[in-house]
Design a protein around this ligand. Sequence first.
Ligand code: HPA
Ligand code: ZN
Length: 326
Amino acid sequence: EERAAFIAGLPKAELHLHIEGSLEPELMFELAQRNRVAIPFGSVEEVRAAYAFSNLQDFLDIYYQGMGVLHREQDFYDLTAAYCARAHADAVRHVEIFFDPQGHTARGIAFETVITGITRALDDAAASYGMTSKLILCFLRHLSEADAEATLDAALPWLDRIDGVGLDSSEVGHPPAKFERVFARARTLGFKIVAHAGEEGPPEYVHQALDLLKVDRIDHGNRSLEDPALVARLAADGMTLTVCPLSNLKLCVVGDLADHPLKTMLDAGLKATVNSDDPSYFGGYVNANYQAVADALDLSKAELVTLARNSFTGSFLDDAAKARHL
Ligand code: HPA
Ligand code: ZN
């Protein structure tokens, strides 16, 4: 409990959070009723029971189904407001939120509906909690590069509200190289760049994210540890990794949290951070992720402080704002 109190009081940033992955079953039911969308579950308990995954694709299938209840601007507002309130309770002072516009536009929901709902809630969280935020548009990598280009086009009216672009969804078979040109255009538009890499995919995908997409951060990055030269490069570059312990456990990226690579990453000089990824689906918000991995690896207070500091230094806040948190 001493560790729990220490974690609870530690100011932190969350850098790897899919807003659609924060949809709690209770809100899913409420929105299904509000929008008269059928969902294949009879109760909140049935929903939670369905959240048993053996790999990333198992999860993604149910994640895309879940977001189908989001229709109106108010739905995206309610989703984002609920996450911000929950993060605030975990002493999260700054959030960098992913959203998956293609998961909505493919269902006939306008890009504008999605982004106005999310940003209105982020503005309210700034006013209510002093919580700062950045917004990161993710391309779904199982779709084509042309589809990503069209999504970037749809984002152009919102350049002042979108800070970065990322790459998520089914990793294996969809390497960063598939998206080299659209990320080059995103860079010329001034976006920060991130990509999920080395979650299920090989170290080569992390190399591609660095060399071809020219990422500012790596999301997950676990499998980098299989390649000592890559570890040395990530350490020398001070590259931030947004690690998600409970996600890794639920998606069987690790068999047991005692085998989680977080401590190895820190010991290798890698700038690792702790994040919740899709907290509704993986069973814990950011403090639960700190707690579970700290218990499993017996992390020290100094290591917990390093992780929280890394979350600010690895953020896309400007230097003056970072300094206020350090
Ligand atoms: N990996 C890839 N795609 C995702 C994830 C993830 O952990 N969460 C939501 N989309
Ligand atoms: Zn993720």
